[in-house]
Design a protein around this ligand. Structure first.
Ligand SMILES: [Mn+2]
Length: 402
């Protein structure tokens, strides 16, 4: 009964529609064979609009702060820690410690005397020199330490070598080699193959939405300039370039080139007054190489780097430097010791050699123009320069991180 009534109602509606259509004389709509240009254009607009709406929806999702999941916004391991760079600290070690301490509400520390470039940068940005790590460790028995700009035990501050269990984190841009820090428990570690540790700290601030105060942004900017030789070293990455421009904005630095020039000049000027020993240990890193089952050779290799805009004065001191290197080698128990004099303006490195083993290795690795310190060509003497020899090569081959 209900089905019959339904069918009747449908038929009545169909009749009504047909009558109205006939009364209006409306023809049934015909399909266009070719869509009008307007229709094509409008469909493209519709597609673009639809894509735009999709992107906007995606952006709304991505732009939203990530759900916290009830987790703290910053790694709790690093909150309130001491932050320290390597011994014989360079500007990157100092600045990364200051920047990370600002980000994680901790305390920056130093593992040695400031060099002239670091002193210039701290004065330029109006920042105080961080306290020595030994003092801070002695005054707080529970202090935890995050290493910045190094991960090798040979570069640990002496005060920290006695208590490596205090290490709670590593923020670094160096390779993990044989002598990397060993910890009993898992620690927070971030290692990125970028040009400076300061770039990593600046990026972490970005990741956590922390706006760095102008002097902190400024000292990080100075450190990127220093470690990447004003973005010209082969270790420079796009991260360093972009973060440098961001830090320049945050620190209101209009002329970055000028800042780099002043920094490098401050560093070069101070070098002439230093003794051979001070020059060599100023940026001396010791690497323990080999020792594994597959390695045929094992030993300690010292690499000293002196960066300058005026290398001639230092090159004239090569014989004295080489004599001091021989002394330093036996004092530190090193098998090999190299000293690089890097001309940061011309992007050339001069390698000061203090023995036949170093000379032979340098010649095999780099070739280059080797000569004795008294000016004779190395090949004239014995195929390689002996003590006091100087080899020269393009700095782009250095590839080293500082
Ligand atoms: Mn560095």
């Amino acid at each position: 009964m209900i089905a019959t009534l339904g069918r009747l109602a449908l038929a009545a509606v169909a009749l009504l529609v047909l009558r109205r259509a006939l009364r209006r004389g409306a023809a049934p709509p015909r399909r266009r064979r070719h869509p009008s240009p307007w229709r094509v254009a409008s469909s493209r607009v519709a597609l673009a609009l639809r894509a735009h709406r999709r992107e906007r929806a995606m952006l709304r999702v991505l732009g939203r702060p990530l759900p916290s999941l009830g987790l703290p916004p910053l790694p709790p391991e690093l909150l309130g820690a001491l932050f320290v760079g390597h011994t014989a600290p360079d500007l990157d070690s100092i600045a990364a410690a200051i920047g990370a301490a600002c980000l994680f509400a901790g305390t920056p520390a130093v593992a040695g005397e400031l060099n002239a470039e670091s002193a210039f940068a701290l004065a330029h940005w109006g920042l105080p020199c961080p306290a020595p790590i030994g003092e801070l460790l002695a005054s707080d028995a529970r202090a935890r330490v995050c290493l910045v700009d190094h991960n090798q035990r040979s570069q640990l501050a002496p005060a920290l070598r006695a208590c490596p269990d205090r290490v709670c984190g590593v923020i670094d841009h160096h390779a993990l080699q044989d002598d990397a820090i060993v910890t009993a428990a898992p620690i927070f570690a971030t290692l990125r193959p970028w040009g400076s540790a300061a770039s990593i700290v600046a990026h972490m601030a970005l990741e956590h939405g922390v706006r760095l105060p102008p002097p902190i942004a400024g000292v990080l900017l100075s450190a990127i300039l220093s470690d990447t030789l004003n973005l010209r070293s082969p270790t420079t990455t796009d991260y360093d370039r972009k973060l440098l421009s961001l830090l320049a904005t945050l620190s209101a630095t209009a002329d970055v080139e000028r800042l780099a020039r002043h920094q490098f000049r401050a560093k070069s000027k101070a070098l002439d007054a230093l003794s051979s020993h001070a020059l060599l240990v100023g940026d001396l890193k010791v690497f323990e190489l080999g020792g594994g089952r597959s390695s045929a050779w094992a030993g300690s290799v010292g690499v000293s780097v002196v960066e300058t805009t005026a290398p001639d004065g230092l090159l004239a001191r090569a014989p004295g430097l080489a004599r001091e290197m021989i002394r330093l080698k036996s004092e530190e128990g090193l098998q090999l010791l190299f000293a690089f004099i890097v001309d940061v303006s011309a992007l050339r490195s001069h390698l000061v050699l203090c023995g036949r083993a170093e000379a032979s290795l340098a010649h095999a690795s780099y070739g280059g123009d080797a000569r004795d310190a008294d000016g004779r060509d190395g090949d004239e003497a014995d195929g390689h320069p002996g003590a006091g020899g100087v080899a020269e090569r393009r700095a782009v081959a250095t590839g080293g991180r500082t």
